[in-house]
Design a protein around this ligand. Structure first.
Ligand code: AMP
Length: 419
């Protein structure tokens, strides 16, 4: 074979591709019920948008972006995440001057030049939701509940929800300073030392055991929250409890950028090894201003569709055989029968019955093999003699029972059987 999909990417093929579409739909359904509207933004944006909107000190921006000049010399980047684009679209089209919060959802490809491994790809799918322009703990809780409902609706039982608060512009600076002071006293490499000065919260997120071991006594943001942040967080937590959504407080859960404030959360799955996050999000009250807009306190999340699929596999939720590709499969014998079958399958499709037929002039044996492979419950066998009698042989492929049905009645008869 001459070409392969690029490293870190893969193809979704039937029947898995159909199932992953259903997974995506299930993650979106709770959002629709809550009045979130669909937004589609370009797959590439001005590079500067992500530099500002994701942050230059993040790995995503400093190491993982697919950036290229277009023919006019503009620097463009394939989107590595959805939030910056959504905020850009809201500001550009003045949606924030209407009713608030603006509630939007999106779904699509994201691109990050990451070290590829199971569950971590260079091209992956997310479903995301953003609620912009409102500072209300009920909105944070709403989004978390909607994410949890999506996972639960797929039958997933091993998704854990971790929550934390990062404070706000009043209490975070003092915490940041306390954390920096603590971190400066540790035995860390050059790069990590530099990070302490730019983005100390990210150091807490360092997964290396030798770093984690030194972080045991690190000051925690929960111990530095101001009264307003504390009561906001309590309200989010009590709304989650009242909704019956189980969560765990994780005082070490962080997002490293200054415009992330207050609520932060992650959904993790126990069956995925090191790439355990199936979704995450939080409040980003400062992002609009970073992008040149007015203050627009907002909250959002992104769920990983590929990883959700892997989580379902890990829980054995995809074990049963995939449903058949079609319900009915046409087996025409001879040229005249083929022409008539072509019309018959069209007629069935118009009646809402999924139907396919043997192409390529196959004989009875080859065509029946096609019927089996299609997963169809019924085959329609049409020979010269049937044609003359204006009838077709309807074969139930599960029982091998065969009956003759007049051509004019096939759709009606099948409708009674396949629905
Ligand atoms: P993030 O935008 O990094 O907060 O990621 C949100 C979710 O997207 C994560 O919880 C993952 O489920 C998924 N995700 C992020 N990066 C990748 C990747 N490289 N490959 C597959 N899924 C990813």
């Amino acid at each position: 074979m001459s070409f392969q999909a690029p490293k870190g990417t893969f193809d979704w093929l039937p029947p898995r591709s159909e199932r992953v579409l259903a997974v995506r739909e299930a993650l979106v359904a709770p959002l629709r019920l809550a009045g979130y509207g669909y937004v589609e933004t370009p797959v590439f944006e001005d590079t500067e948008l992500f530099k500002r909107g994701v942050g230059e000190s993040t790995d995503v921006v400093s190491k993982e972006m697919y950036t290229f000049p277009d023919r006019a010399g503009r620097s463009l980047t394939l989107r590595p995440e959805g939030t910056a684009s959504v905020v850009r679209a809201v500001l550009q089209h003045n949606l924030h001057t209407g009713q608030l919060p603006v509630k939007l959802w999106y779904s699509g490809s994201q691109f990050r030049y990451e070290r590829a491994q199971k569950g971590r790809y260079r091209h992956f799918w997310q479903v995301g939701a953003e609620a912009l322009g409102s500072e209300d703990p009920a909105l944070d809780a709403e989004l978390i509940v909607l994410g949890a409902r999506g996972f639960a609706s797929l039958g997933l039982r091993q998704v854990r929800l971790l929550v934390n608060s990062l404070g706000d512009k009043n209490c975070r600076p003092a915490y940041r300073a306390a954390l920096q002071e603590f971190l400066r006293g540790l035995d860390l490499d050059e790069d990590t030392r530099a990070r302490i000065e730019i983005n100390p919260l990210r150091v807490l997120d360092d997964k290396r055991p030798e770093v984690q071991a030194q972080l045991t006594g690190a000051p925690l943001v929960v111990d530095h929250l101001c009264a307003a942040c504390k009561s906001y967080h309590e309200e989010v937590r009590s709304l989650l409890t009242a909704s019956g959504v189980a969560f765990e407080d994780d005082p070490r859960l962080v997002r490293g950028l200054d415009y992330y404030t207050r609520t932060t959360f992650e959904f993790v799955h126990g069956g995925l090894g090191s790439q355990s996050a199936v979704g995450g999000g939080g409040r980003y009250d400062g992002l609009s201003e970073m992008l040149g807009g007015p203050p627009l306190p907002s909250v959002g999340w992104a769920l990983g569709v590929d990883r959700t699929y892997l989580a379902m596999e890990a829980e054995g939720l995809l074990d049963e055989a995939a449903p058949g590709r079609v319900q009915v499969y046409g087996v025409p014998l001879g040229d005249d029968a083929r022409r008539r079958m072509f019309l018959l399958v069209s007629e069935l499709r118009e009646a809402g019955i999924s139907a396919d037929m043997a192409f390529g002039g196959k004989g009875l044996k080859g065509a029946m093999k096609g019927a089996d492979r299609s997963g169809a419950r019924f085959a329609l066998i049409l020979g010269e003699r049937d044609l003359a009698a204006e009838a077709v042989q309807l074969k139930d492929l599960t029982t091998a029972e065969q009956t003759e049905v007049p051509l004019a009645q096939v759709a009606d008869v099948l409708k009674g059987k396949v629905q």
